[in-house]
Design a protein around this ligand. Structure first.
Ligand code: GLN
Length: 199
């Protein structure tokens, strides 16, 4: 059974731990370098990316996390987690951390005031059984994808039509939305599969 960590500095840690546990993996919060060393995969939850940036440094996790990511650690970032995993971030603070796990540029709070938070049905490549209910909360979207990035999902219809909101590059997965709040485990199962493949 793989052990999947959830970065537990800030954000919706509990929801991810619960979803992962339901998927049948061992789920643990990660706050220390020693805890990071023990996981087979890591979830970076939603929350506030600039706050998490600062806390990564405060908790001495930044360098160990960069090392594990360049060593091929499977990672899944949702919302703020996607922002942290990107290689470029638009509309953020100049000192915001980007972990470069995905060759993407994201725009923070991209959907704008009128659609600050919204839900929609989304087809996600690699997720069978019909569309996923996608919950967006002050979410980023992906504005640039590098050649090795696979687009797994984009918004259909409305003012954000065509915007990319789910991507994968090798063992790195990211969604603009929050699969941990819907009770639909399919995205977490997909990540658990990626972790098993890379174990
Ligand atoms: N707007 C937040 C940020 O920029 C992300 C929101 C979320 O994770 N729900 O970090």
């Amino acid at each position: 059974t793989p052990t999947i960590g959830v970065l537990a500095l800030q954000g919706d840690v509990r929801e991810h731990l619960a979803a992962l546990t339901e998927c049948g993996v061992r789920a643990v919060g990660v706050r220390r370098p020693s805890e990071l060393a023990d996981v087979d995969g890591l979830v970076l939850p939603g929350g506030e990316s600039t706050t998490m940036s600062k806390l990564l440094a405060v908790f001495d996790l930044l360098d160990p996390l960069r090392e594990r990511i360049s060593g091929g650690l499977p990672v899944f970032g949702s919302c703020a987690g996607m922002i942290l995993l990107a290689s470029g971030i638009l509309d953020t603070r100049p000192d915001a951390v980007h972990l470069d796990a995905l060759d993407i540029t994201v725009r923070r709070n991209a959907f704008g005031r009128q659609v600050d938070s919204f839900e929609t049905d989304l087809d996600v490549t690699g997720v069978a059984g019909g569309p996923v209910r996608a919950v967006f909360i002050r979410a980023p979207w992906v504005e640039r994808t590098g050649p090795d990035v696979e687009v797994l999902g984009a918004v259909k219809g409305g003012p954000a039509d065509g915007r990319i909101v789910a991507v994968r590059q090798g063992p790195a997965l990211a969604t603009s939305f929050h699969p941990e709040v819907t009770g639909d485990l399919r995205i977490h199962r997909l990540f658990a599969e990626i972790v098993r493949e890379h174990a």
